[in-house]
Design a protein around this ligand. Structure first.
Ligand code: 5GP
Length: 182
């Protein structure tokens, strides 16, 4: 029997560096990142079907009704969800599959798939997280403030996760993930 791949759920506050960590890991070690759907508007430079499947709220709700998501959650007023097609097939093929999602969705995945591996990424400090959110400079001031508030609530839940890693340097976090998965 072929060895099944692992489902790895990467979570942690906005702008903590989840995407860079996962793309770095996958470039080095292989694996597949699942593209999420969202009802948030694309930011400048973001591409449909690459960064996200950008949907209207109505389209998203239709897909919820059709049970097309493994999990979904509302974050900062918008829907975000993981389409469930493809995941099983990839795991069966032995691929490691990565999800980059917020805390509520991550905990829901754990309930559904008990052997998924949940990794929480922490910023080195609250000040550093605020700096990272602000240097993205793509969100409005209200958006930044709401994301920082959500971050505090998310960080308060870190102990529910299988592993907690501090993103001081991306390469170090990637190495720690390699140790967890090997
Ligand atoms: P952003 O608006 O910054 O792209 O994403 C906001 C938050 O939603 C981030 O924490 C991101 O990881 C999370 N997110 C992205 N895709 C999904 C998803 O499919 N499901 C859930 N629950 N959260 C997601």
């Amino acid at each position: 029997m072929s060895k099944k791949g692992k489902l790895i759920v990467i979570t942690g506050p906005s702008a903590v560096g989840k995407d860079s960590i996962v793309s770095n890991y996958i470039n080095k070690n292989g694996g597949k990142l699942m593209i999420s759907a969202t009802s948030r508007k694309p930011r400048e430079g973001e591409e449909n079907n690459k960064d996200y499947y950008f949907l209207t709220e109505k389209e998203f709700e239709d897909r919820i009704e059709k049970n097309l998501f493994l999990e979904y959650a509302k974050y900062n007023g918008n829907y975000y969800g993981t389409p469930k097609d493809k995941i099983d097939e990839l795991l069966e093929k032995g691929e490691n599959v990565f999800l980059i999602i917020e805390v509520v969705g991550a905990l829901n995945v754990k309930k559904l798939i008990n052997d998924s591996i949940l990794i929480f990424i922490l910023p080195p400090s609250h000040e550093e997280l605020e700096r990272r959110i602000r240097t993205r400079a793509i969100d409005s001031e209200e958006d930044i403030i709401r994301r920082l508030e959500i971050a505090k609530k998310e960080i308060a839940q870190k102990d529910k996760f299988d592993h907690i890693l501090v993103n001081e340097k991306i390469e170090d976090v990637v190495k720690e993930i390699e140790n967890i998965l090997n």
